[in-house]
Design a protein around this ligand. Structure first.
Ligand code: NAG
Ligand code: NAG
Ligand code: NAG
Ligand code: NAG
Ligand code: NAG
Ligand code: NAG
Ligand code: NAG
Ligand code: NAG
Ligand code: NAG
Ligand code: NAG
Ligand code: NAG
Length: 585
């Protein structure tokens, strides 16, 4: 017999007459008696007097990764804990579904940008309890970049480690005994624990499987913004090329280069459907110089750039005026695009980082119109600019003000400083997932192949690092088989950053959680990833996506594709980074 809380025992006693209701369980005293006592979870002292509990009905809104229409009735619990001897306070929120809907699951949703998720209701649609944490820096009100510096030169390491991985891990650790106690379950009852997130939410998920491997049964991680130092500084790379070339093209020209690339490379995968399903074949067979001389036109507009949710300031969108743009693609424009797709090298020609796949939008290269001078000027994306000022230079500034004296070597130095300084907090590329694997965890990792923010090759590189570190002594086919048993990676043809791409009407996965639950709870291992085309001529089509390292190939526009092994293609996705003397996983 396990540990039963008072209300749960009372409710069970009454259960012969009528089933336990949510309101029977949703009391402060039931939650308090379900809290793990001090000393049970090392380093976490829960504060019973902080508990609140109340039955609440959600009004739809965001649930996990999707917009949700349904509403759910759940028990809204908050509780605080402190780290022994530290005097800090971390506030946790939990949402517990009705006992009749609860399926012994716990669900953790990822956040995005510099924010952890603040909503705890994402699991309700899966019959899962779920939680969110304020990480001890009031993360429900502030994003991490707002608190990373106490002042110039002074890093808030507590917030950094909490944001990096610790807060979510502790929230999940507390959740399990709390959930069992809340529902009056045996203390050894399995609570299937899931993680789902994209972008920084993908990074957060990777942080959990790297650091708290045995806490999670299934993790779904999209386009993880990990390898944080390289990833964030890379946002400044296109602007640095422009600054170095002293060349600031109209955004319409870059848009044309992207459109023309898509048109030229779309058929290389065997079907002309508006989607480059094989950016590797595009890289191998298409020469951007063929676009020189093509004309472009964009009407006058008030242009809204979405940003990628990095930094509170850039959250949401910014609008700027763009006059009509009419011209022809120049050799310099193509040289710029080629340099971006080639990726950062130091002045010795050694590669420092990978890049966005050819055909991805060149958003970070967008220039800004100055109506006073009627010219296009440098625009430093604050995603990268803020990372450099706050995390590398340690100055409490939201953006770089210029790129004076910034060379490719400077970018490499910034990456190096960021990587070394935050190697054990933000970098999030620990490649040994043995604990996660050994405890039965399953990892579903995906990435939009035309992601213009977090390069798709960034995910491939991590998958390759895990394979090399964990199975380096096995043959190629043995290591592939072993990996696929618990870690599967999928590229989503044409997709952008954590979503579909308006320039390429390709497939997108919609039911990852269903797939993951089936894998974890029923042992049904996927071999392809179910995705649906949502727009264009093929809207509604199901595509069972190819598991990496196989790649899709259609023949003669047929309606289905094969998943082929193509070493030449894989090689285009394989990088080394000799500009750094330490391994970059
Ligand atoms: C656990 O420790 C915290 C702080 O050290 C204290 O506030 C709390 O009352 C303790 N919990 C119990 C159940 O004694
Ligand atoms: C949950 O409870 C907390 C603490 O009482 C409260 O601040 C919060 O608004 C509640 N959330 C909802 C969705 O009712
Ligand atoms: C690029 O393609 C998109 C979508 O087809 C279109 O809306 C846009 O006008 C095109 N831009 C240019 C410069 O050709
Ligand atoms: C692309 O074509 C140009 C012009 O013909 C040539 O100089 C360049 O080497 C080609 N690039 C590649 C990668 O083949
Ligand atoms: C852009 O916004 C300005 C100011 O709001 C407005 O006057 C102008 O008509 C808009 N232009 C377009 C093309 O929408
Ligand atoms: C773009 O410029 C060309 C050449 O100057 C001109 O013929 C054409 O009409 C212009 N197009 C638009 C839409 O303004
Ligand atoms: C960042 O700074 C640059 C240079 O001052 C500026 O062009 C750009 O608009 C800024 N970005 C944001 C999002 O504020
Ligand atoms: C931090 O440094 C920046 C850049 O030198 C400066 O503008 C700002 O005033 C400084 N802030 C404080 C609080 O010293
Ligand atoms: C750039 O370098 C020049 C020459 O070394 C120096 O005079 C100037 O102050 C530097 N500018 C900045 C912004 O660091
Ligand atoms: C694929 O996902 C769609 C959308 O969620 C679902 O309707 C369909 O049943 C799934 N198909 C397979 C083969 O799993
Ligand atoms: C595929 O279809 C496109 C037009 O939709 C056509 O241009 C192309 O020739 C077709 N390719 C093959 C191999 O049939």
């Amino acid at each position: 017999m396990g540990k039963f809380s008072h209300a749960a025992v009372a409710a069970l006693a009454a259960a012969t007459a009528h089933a336990t209701s949510l309101s029977d369980l949703c009391t402060v005293s039931n939650v308090q008696s379900a809290l793990p006592s001090n000393g049970t979870l090392l380093g976490i002292n829960l504060i019973p007097s902080s508990v609140t509990a109340g039955v609440t009905t959600s009004s739809g809104g965001m649930g996990g990764m999707k917009k949700r229409a349904d509403s759910y009735t759940y028990c809204n619990v908050t509780v605080a804990y402190t780290h022994p001897g530290k005097g800090d306070k971390v506030v946790l929120k939990y949402a517990f579904p009705s006992p009749s809907e609860f399926k012994n699951r716990f669900y953790v949703a990822g956040g995005g940008g510099f924010s952890l998720a603040s909503d705890a209701t994402g699991g309700l649609e899966y019959g899962a309890a779920s939680g969110a944490t304020d990480a001890g820096y009031d993360a429900f009100s502030y994003s991490y970049d707002e608190v990373v510096l106490y002042g110039n030169g002074s890093i808030n390491w507590d917030a950094t480690y909490m944001f990096g991985y610790q807060a979510l891990g502790e929230m999940t650790q507390v959740a399990k005994p709390l959930t069992r106690g809340f529902y009056g379950l045996d203390s050894d009852k399995k609570i299937y624990t899931y993680y789902e997130g994209c972008s920084d939410g993908g990074r957060e998920g990777m942080s959990q499987v790297q650091r708290w491997g045995s806490e999670y049964d299934g993790a779904i991680t999209g386009a993880p913004a990990f390898r944080f130092a390289q990833q964030q500084v890379n946002h400044v790379f296109p602007a640095t090329i422009e600054h170095t070339m002293d060349y600031y093209p109209e955004p319409c020209m870059l848009e044309k280069i992207v459109n023309a690339t898509i048109e030229a490379c779309d058929p290389l995968d065997g079907r002309t459907d508006g989607v480059i399903s094989r950016t590797d074949l595009c890289m191998l067979n298409f020469n951007l110089t063929s676009i020189i001389g093509e004309s472009y036109y964009c009407a006058e507009q008030n242009y809204t750039s979405l940003g990628f949710g990095f930094s509170k300031r850039a959250e949401g969108s910014t609008t700027s005026y763009q006059p009509a743009q009419n011209g022809t693609v120049t050799a310099e424009g193509v040289q710029l695009a080629q340099a971006i797709y080639d990726g950062l090298h130091n002045t010795q020609g050694e590669r420092a980082y990978l890049s966005w796949q050819i055909g991805s939008e060149l958003s970070d290269a967008d220039t800004e119109y100055n109506s006073d001078t009627d010219s296009w000027e440098l625009d430093i994306p604050s995603t990268g600019g803020e990372y450099v000022t706050k995390f590398v230079q340690l100055l409490n500034l939201d953006n770089l003000s210029n790129l004076d004296n910034v060379t490719y070597d400077t970018l490499v130095d910034w990456m190096h400083t960021g990587m070394v300084r935050y190697l054990d907090s933000l970098q999030t590329t620990v490649p040994d997932l043995t604990e996660f694997e050994a405890s039965g965890g399953k990892l579903l990792h995906y990435h939009g192949e035309s992601d213009p923010s977090v390069p798709a090759a960034s995910s491939v590189h991590y998958w390759q690092s895990v394979r090399a570190v964990m199975y380096g002594d096995l043959s190629a086919s043995e290591s592939l088989t072993k990996m696929a048993d618990w870690y599967q990676f999928y590229l989503i043809p044409g997709a952008a950053h954590c979503g579909t791409n308006s320039l390429q009407p390709g497939p997108y996965p919609e039911d990852n959680m269903a797939i993951m639950i089936n894998w974890v709870e029923n042992g049904v291992k996927p071999s392809r990833l179910n995705a649906t085309v949502s727009s264009g001529d093929y809207a509604g089509e199901t595509q069972m996506l190819c598991q990496w390292p196989t790649r899709p190939l259609w023949t003669s526009n047929s309606s289905s594709f094969a998943c082929v092994h193509d070493q030449k293609s894989i090689d285009t996705w394989t990088y080394e980074f000799p500009a750094f003397k330490v391994p970059v996983y």
